[in-house]
Design a protein around this ligand. Sequence first.
Ligand SMILES: Cc1ncc(COP(=O)(O)O)c(C=O)c1O
Length: 397
Amino acid sequence: MEVKILDLARQYKLIQAEVEKAVCEQMASGMYIGGKAVADFEKKFAAYIGVKHAISVNSGTDALVIALKALGIKPGDEVITTPFTFFATAETIAMVGAVPVFVDVEEDSYNMDPDKIEEKITEKTRAILPVHIFGQTADMERIMEIAARHHLVVIEDACQAVGATVLGKKAGSIGDIGCFSFFPTKNLGAFGDGGMITTNADDVATVCRAYKEHGMAQNGAKARYILEGVEDELAGTASPDGLYNPYKYYNYLIAYNSRLDAIQARVLDIKLDYLDKFNARRAEIAAFYNGELGSCEGITLPKVRENMTPVWHQYAFRCAQKDAMGNFLASRGVGSAAFYPVPLHLQKAFGYLGYQEGDLPVAEMLSKQTVCLPIFPELTQEELDYIVTSIREFFMA
Ligand SMILES: Cc1ncc(COP(=O)(O)O)c(C=O)c1O
């Protein structure tokens, strides 16, 4: 039997009729970027997350860059984050000229350890950027409390956690800004790149809208006022019918082009209706793995903290023989993944920061031991049985 780590074509079959109708309709409409499809999806996503504003962008990476810029993170500022994540989390901090400061993670949840944050705060610290890794939320209660005490902003990297909740709130609705990715492999995946920024703050939303589109027109002028206090008499309005905007090609900030395609918005809009059901199926699969693998000596199961509902973007357990396990499963036709084999503080790209092996021992240990199993909603029971049998065989071999 062959079981891939992820098979997106299976999900496509389930929603094919709806998606093809919507995509064809969108192509025929002549509206390909922005417009009603994108505005409708932003509104629906904001309501789902429970925030006032959702601003669509071209990727999770862009969401992070624009979030950092919108919150005024500047060259030389320090941003505290986790080393056990996808590269973009800290890459974007460096892209805006700031300095990523890594704190070690909790062994059980793989998330930033709140006990280790305060020792890293200096007079240059401006923000904390927790990641809800593998779909489990970080300890937001403690992180928000530390941030408030030190007057820091909080950017949630919720790229892997769409739909997860902590203390009854959705990931991405707790910090100053939430950032989401719609990369195809994510729990809510587009048919290409896409991302979203969420916030309850009107000014932050306006600045994000300006940054995603060349700092132009009314949003650009308003953003310049918000960021720099420079009022501009050109910040006038478009004609009431929207047919003419004399200020469209006035630019007020050096910004980005980061827009969500209308076709992707239509696909995501449909998939959002299925998200809770798909996430519930992931939870069922995780419970099955936990039940079946708990007795395997040599495996440390993932633990979920109280008061939170994860969305199981990955099912990750620890095993000291990570590579042997991955190769054995491959020999049985079972795909697995090693997220993340190099913690960010030891990535060559961050060599200039001067971290050494041993600086963040928990993240380093997890990088050597984490194995991720297939957990996509369309897996069959036969496949799941085959996966756990293969794992048991590994320990018997
Ligand atoms: C934790 C995390 N942050 C950021 C990103 C970047 O998102 P994207 O690939 O959409 O740019 C990803 C996804 O790849 C991610 O998993």
